[in-house]
Design a protein around this ligand. Structure first.
Ligand code: PDD
Length: 283
């Protein structure tokens, strides 16, 4: 039986009840985080905590016990017997339940805090061989830096990419490539690694940040500069990053082969450095 967390209690997931007046349900008025459990530790929990608090601050939700999340996540892993499984812990914090009106509830209500853990199988075949992505218009709002649960544009765009036989949708806004529907994107041109700079147009990915650090440590030249859509013709390599896929090579964009259609040299170096660091954390 799955055990999940709601507002201070650990309960069988199928017994969890959330109010139909919850603003997460009515307005997508909330934020979330996803952390990865590597059979013994959570990957860079510190950065996830920083981003969680930033997201809450930006949308003016205050969950006073936010610092208890690492402990909640650990307890979910234990309660669900996931210690030895690669897993993800999902956390969602909404503004709480109140009579429906656009304004924040007054007097204020306590936020709804929901979390669950799930085992997941990393797709090692895809990680090794690479994925196809499609480029689509960025139909999201102008605060993509907030990890908001309001993901309808991401859902619709990702589904469209799927229906075109691809594994991710890459967004283009004002002629510039921003990020994926649930990942950040990197390109390599003549040995230089490019990715969109931190801004309101992308989510500051925890994996993105660590991959940039690993690249600099490896002596790879890095430029946090957005690639114009037309720049796609110049690229030698591409890859996406996120908590579940780590570094996933991109081997085709809109059906057009990237490089020689296999994971590129710098992509492979970064994949190895990323997994090497995880292995070293385990001891
Ligand atoms: N998505 N950009 C977007 C829009 C994302 O949704 C995500 C993560 C990322 C990568 O962030 P990170 O490296 O911190 O996982 C970038 C998560 C995994 C999700 O929605 O499930």
């Amino acid at each position: 039986m799955d055990i999940a967390f709601l507002n201070g209690s650990f309960l069988p997931k199928n017994e969890i009840r959330i109010s139909p007046d919850d603003r997460g349900f009515l307005f997508a008025d909330g934020i979330y985080e996803v952390v990865r459990w590597y059979k013994g530790f959570f990957y860079d929990m510190t950065s996830h905590m920083t981003r969680l608090k930033r997201s809450m601050k930006e949308i003016r939700i205050s969950w006073a016990e936010a610092d208890t999340f690492p402990d909640i996540a650990q307890q979910l892993i234990t309660a669900n017997n996931l210690q030895e499984s690669p897993s993800l812990v999902y956390l969602q914090v909404t503004r709480g339940a109140a009579k429906r009106t656009h304004a924040f509830p007054f007097p204020s209500v306590t936020p709804t805090v929901y979390a669950f853990a799930m085992s997941f199988r990393p797709d090692s075949i895809t990680m090794a061989s690479g994925i196809g992505v499609s480029m689509q218009k960025d139909i999201r709002w102008s605060r993509c830096d907030i990890k908001s649960v309001s993901l309808l544009p991401n859902v619709l765009s990702f589904q469209e990419a799927r229906e075109r036989g691809n594994h991710e949708c890459i967004f283009v806004r004002d002629g510039l490539i921003t990020e994926g529907a649930h990942s950040n994107i990197f390109f390599v041109i003549e040995g230089v690694l490019y990715t969109h700079p931190e801004s309101e147009n992308i989510l500051s990915g925890v994996t993105r940040k660590n991959v940039l650090r690993l690249a600099r440590e490896a002596g790879i030249r890095v430029s946090e500069t957005a690639l114009p859509e037309s720049g796609i013709n110049e690229i030698d390599e591409a890859f996406i990053t996120n908590t579940s896929s780590e570094v996933a090579p991109v081997i085709s964009i809109n059906g057009r082969i990237v490089g020689d259609g296999t994971p590129g040299r710098i992509t492979t170096i970064l994949q190895k450095r990323f997994s090497g660091e995880i292995l070293a954390m385990k001891v």
